[in-house]
Design a protein around this ligand. Structure first.
Ligand code: TPP
Length: 1042
């Protein structure tokens, strides 16, 4: 910053702020005095009562070293008559001091105390606000904090102090009071020695320094190329740790070897971009130019982490520099990357693929610095910026979990961000909020921001309201290290400290690489349209590689010849790989898989079979699980029963629920909650980890689940009976999540990615809340396999049902999932023996709406028994959780039984199908309304009701059987949802395909509507009545055409 700019700043701020802040400083001082302690080891500035002063003085007279250094400074100054004035409480002891020749000269003495306080405040001001004046922008024209003003409590150069005091202070008056600088310090104070507080390390081995040296060292630490934000952290130990890492004189040392490695890495980073630019000048690649330092930065983080024991690093990143990361960090074979630029190559794998800068990667290699094995994985991601963040976290958590790495010492995540996206995308905040939750923490993530000070064409001043793009990290007390990306050594140091921070505290940390973007948003864009001045400067900017090479050549670390050879060597590597890439004929998307599942598929990556064993289990198992589910498997644990009723009546509250479970088990029955228990418990026995996450899932939104019991007498004592089923069982994790859908669903999707041997379920509080996680659903769950050939067996449990609860708690929007299902409505399939399973294999996800607990039990188990993984969307019930009819017998769950995709009519109508006038097809809860109404109207022989349990992929085969069975009946699709939602639009064309358009499928249900449901209970009931009447009006469609 130029001096002129500095003066302007000083003048401006003196207009009103200065005295006010001095006042504040004084008040703080007086406040501090009240808390003086009498400990003899205490420094002068916190010493207290009067006897204590005498003690100090006598001790000092005997041996000046026996007292704290600050007292030594004080008595010494007083003795030479410099300035020694006691704090107000000690003034009463003036006579004592006078009698000992220590009579203070009032003005000077007071100044000594004030000056010490001022110096402390000054140090603190640097620690808090030094980053605002750090030189972070490599272009030298922008302010990383979007503010060109210097905080008024910083003295940024010794020059400034001098100029400031002489030029301005003597003449500047505010309210007729002469302004003597923010702290009242004068040039004459510069060579005075001040005691350093314990909250700084600038002294190194020294306890006191001259003011001149203090300012110099503070400036060196806080106002050069590194800007540190950490003073908001609540933990003193953590703050001290950071201060020590950055303030200690001479900490930033690099050996020649380090510098040469850094240069070589910069060569690779820069020449890779140059190579791509030369070969494919008109292709989008989102180059890294302007932030080439990111490659050595990531490598430093990985080296350091590997040194400290990390074996697996999982990364998520946006487009910028992604190819470079694949090439030079993950070390993907260059020819594989270059292949991606060849539009003529044929894709060898299933799926539709993705553009090259979205693909993922998994690679095991030896870290050359540490000679240790390291696995690196870059997660595939959609264009949707930051969406991958929680996915990376979930996968990292799972990898830690399966390795028993509870403290995150073996597996860690690194997330890269663009400045605009980091500031703008809410999922960043949601992800940060998972970082310290026991069931979601990954024990610290290192965030690296490529802060090129622009977002596409948008200036950061228009893109965020926070000073830095990184401010979101402050909510979790993550330190933020801003660094000028044109100072590679500063960057390496910061990255190394970041890695150590994570290893020491297992908390998140942010490295903000303040850089620039040499080209447009992509290589085809013209940035001068929108940022003319910035780009004029960028065009003049010397690339970082040249700057650093010049520096190392000048100081003799490398010779020009060595540098040129390094460049030639890497260029040769690229050329050779390019030649090899020309021989490739086929593009394998599988080579870009980020999460391989060794052993799960056969050698060609195909499922080992195309069949699924029956999903029923033995009666013995059902009974055992039922008994544990209705018990409290730990001693002396008092569960909930109504506190207002005495213990004698223990079958109230939770006791009653458990008792009911026990009775159901004895009666060989299950309700929804018990069926879920049976499904989870049985797969746990088979060694499959089960994880259920979402808001309030432990108890269940509808208070039906109760998977975590709470001791009513001991705070925070809990018990999870599901983990007490067998001695040898997989662990069960059930966790209430933060109030987030986007972040948490992304997290669970990532968790499910790590292993096929886990049943990972996410439950929405109400089904419609999934729409705040739409990006995860659309971009990952629906299309993930097609884009990135990776399977995922995540289960979404979405409470759904029109129960008069208003527009917002009724519909899980099944139509959205069905609309994205990839089965062809018009293609009549061939019904082979394996039709059921191969249809599942071909689909992008499975959508079910079970009408019985047994079927819910089966579909959960089928998820694990299938020889491949597909996302499963389950529309789950609300009122059916307690519906007396919605119970299943053990007979429907024992060995040999299986999931029923369709539950056909099995009452009187099925006995005489030719007499049936109407077949109503339906799904879910409306079945119970229809059955009741049919009984009321005595139409059990005339009307068959068939339930569609698996809606997608559509069970063409079973429905064909049903349709053939009732050749003369009307066909009706009945749903409780509005016509433009629910299932109608999905099922209608498929039914028609089955009957080859020869029979109509009539619609019965609610009218189309803009809102998912009415908020008026009466309207709800009226519309229910209306469509039930139509459903059983056998003349309703007479004479109508279709
Ligand atoms: C969620 C989302 N919204 C919008 C976009 C469109 N988009 C692509 S890149 C970009 C600018 C990103 O800027 P920044 O995060 O600073 O990264 P940079 O491109 O500068 O590296 C935008 C708006 C997107 N990809 N994702």
């Amino acid at each position: 910053m130029s001096h002129l700019k500095l003066f302007a700043t000083i003048l401006k701020r003196h207009g009103f702020k200065l005295l006010e802040k001095q006042d504040i400083a004084r008040r703080a001082f007086l406040h501090e005095q009240r808390y003086f302690s009498s400990a003899t080891s205490e420094p002068f500035l916190s010493g207290s009562n009067s006897n204590y002063v005498e003690e100090m003085y006598y001790a000092w007279l005997e041996n000046p070293k026996s007292v704290h250094k600050s007292w030594d400074v004080f008595f010494r100054s007083a003795n030479v008559g410099q300035a020694a004035h006691l704090p107000a409480q000690l003034e009463g002891k003036a006579s004592f001091l006078q009698s000992h020749g220590l009579a203070p000269t009032p003005g000077k003495a007071e100044k000594l105390v004030e000056d010490h306080l001022a110096v402390q405040s000054l140090i603190r001001a640097y620690q808090i606000r030094g980053h605002h004046v750090a030189q972070l922008d490599p272009l030298g024209i922008l302010d990383a904090d979007l503010d060109s003003f210097i905080p008024s409590d910083l003295i940024t150069t010794i020059d400034k102090l001098g100029i400031f005091l002489f030029v301005f202070c003597s003449t500047l008056l505010i309210n007729n009071v002469p302004v003597a600088g923010f702290y009242g310090l004068h040039e004459s104070d510069l060579d005075k020695v001040f005691q350093l507080p314990t909250t700084t390390f600038i002294g190194g081995n020294e306890n006191s320094l001259s003011l001149r040296e203090i300012i110099k060292r503070l400036e060196h630490t806080y106002c050069q190329h590194i800007g540190l934000e950490y003073m908001f952290i609540n933990d003193v130990e953590q703050c001290q740790w950071i201060r020590q890492k950055f303030e200690t004189p001479g900490v930033m040392k690099f050996t020649n070897e380090d510098k040469r490695t850094l240069l070589a890495r910069l060569v690779r980073s820069m020449r890779f971009e140059d190579f791509l630019a030369r070969k494919w000048s008109s292709e989008k690649r989102f180059g890294l130019e302007g932030c080439e330092v990111m490659i050595p930065a990531l490598k430093t983080i990985i080296d350091k982490s590997s040194e400290m024991g990390i074996e697996y690093v999982i990364m998520g990143m946006p487009h910028r520099g992604r190819l470079n990361v694949l090439a030079n960090v993950i070390r993907k074979e260059l020819e594989q990357i270059f292949c991606q630029f060849d539009p003529k190559l044929e894709a060898a794998d299933e799926g539709s693929g993705d553009v090259k800068y979205h693909l993922g990667m998994y690679h095991e290699r030896i870290n050359r610095k540490t000679n240790k094995k390291i696995t690196l994985s870059l997660m595939a991601n959609p264009s949707h910026l930051e969406a991958v963040d929680p996915v990376v976290q979930g996968k990292t958590k799972a990898e830690q979990f399966y390795r028993g790495d509870t403290a995150g010492k073996k597996v860690m995540s690194i997330l890269l961000h663009g400045d605009a996206a980091f500031a703008g995308q809410g999922v960043v905040y949601e992800t940060f909020h998972l970082s310290d939750l026991p069931s979601y923490t990954t024990n610290g993530t290192i965030h690296v921001v490529v802060n090129n000070q622009i977002g596409f064409t948008t200036d950061p001043r228009m893109a965020r309201s926070s000073p830095y793009p990184t401010d979101v990290a402050r909510v979790v007390n993550a330190p933020i290290f801003h660094v000028n990306a044109d100072d590679p050594e500063a960057v390496m140091y910061v990255c190394s400290v970041a890695a150590e921070w994570r290893n020491t505290f297992n908390k998140d940390v942010v490295v903000d690489l303040v850089c620039y973007r040499r080209r447009g948003h992509n290589e085809m864009d013209e940035p001068m349209f929108t940022q003319p001045l910035m780009y004029k400067q960028i065009h003049k900017q010397v690339p970082v590689l040249k700057k650093y090479a010049d520096k190392l050549i000048a100081d003799g670390t490398v010779t020009l010849q060595e540098f040129e050879e390094e460049i030639a060597k890497y260029d040769r590597i690229c050329e050779e790989a390019y030649t090899r890439s020309k021989d490739k004929k086929i593009l394998h998307i599988k080579h870009w898989l980020d999460s391989p599942w060794p052993g799960f598929f056969n050698a060609d990556g195909e499922p080992k079979s195309m069949s699924c064993p029956p999903t029923g289990i033995s009666e013995e198992l059902l009974i055992h699980i039922g008994n544990v589910a209705s018990s409290v498997p730990v001693e002396d644990f008092k569960i909930h029963s109504d506190p207002f009723i005495s213990d004698l009546h223990s079958d109230v509250g939770l006791s009653r629920i458990l008792k009911a479970r026990s009775e159901m088990t004895q009666n060989r029955l299950v309700d929804w909650a018990l069926a879920e228990y049976m499904a989870f418990g049985s797969v746990l026995k088979e060694g499959i980890h089960v994880r259920l996450s979402g808001q309030d899932v432990e108890r269940g939104t509808f208070s039906h689940r109760h998977h975590v019991l709470h001791d009513q007498e001991v705070d925070k004592r809990t018990c999870v009976p599901m983990n007490h089923l067998w001695e040898q069982q997989a662990p069960y994790t059930v966790c209430n999540s933060s109030l987030s859908e986007y972040g948490v669903l992304g997290f669970e999707l990532g968790f499910a990615m790590a292993s096929p041997n886990a049943l990972v379920c996410w439950e929405a509080q109400f089904g419609d809340f999934h729409n705040t996680a739409q990006c995860i659903i659309d971009q990952f769950i629906s299309s993930g396999q097609a884009k990135w050939v990776r399977h995922n067996g995540i289960v979404l449990l979405l409470p759904h049902g029109m129960e008069g609860m208003g527009p917002e708690h009724s519909s899980a929007r099944p139509e959205r999932f069905l609309q994205m299902s990839n089965d062809d409505s018009d293609a009549y399939p061939e019904f082979t023996e394996q039709f059921e399973v191969s249809q599942l294999y071909e689909c992008n996800w499975i959508v079910v709406n079970c009408s019985t607990p047994a079927n819910y039990f089966h579909v959960l188990r089928r998820q694990i028994l299938l020889p491949f993984r597909k996302p499963l969307i389950v529309l789950t019930p609300k009122s059916l959780l307690r519906h007396p009819e919605a119970k299943s017998s053990f007979d429907e769950m024992v060995s040999g039984t299986t999931f029923q995709r369709v539950i056909p009519e099995n009452g009187p109508a099925a006995q005489a199908p030719h007499e049936v006038k109407r077949v109503i097809f339906c799904t879910g809860k409306v079945y119970y309304d229809l059955v009741k109404e049919r009984k009321n109207q005595d139409l059990e022989k005339q009307v068959a009701i068939t339930r569609l349990e698996q809606i997608s992929p559509f069970p063409f085969d079973l429905l064909k059987e049903e349709l053939d069975k009732y050749p003369t009946a009307d066909l009706v699709w009945c749903q409780e949802e509005h016509k433009n939602s629910g299932y109608y639009d999905y099922v209608k064309p498929r039914f028609r395909t089955i009957v080859n358009h020869t029979r109509p499928i009539w619609y019965v249900g609610r009218e189309p509507a803009a809102a998912a449901a009415t908020g008026n209970k009466n309207m709800h009931l009226v519309s229910l009545r209306r469509f039930l009447d139509t459903a059983f009006n056998l003349e309703a469609f007479e004479g109508k055409t279709f």
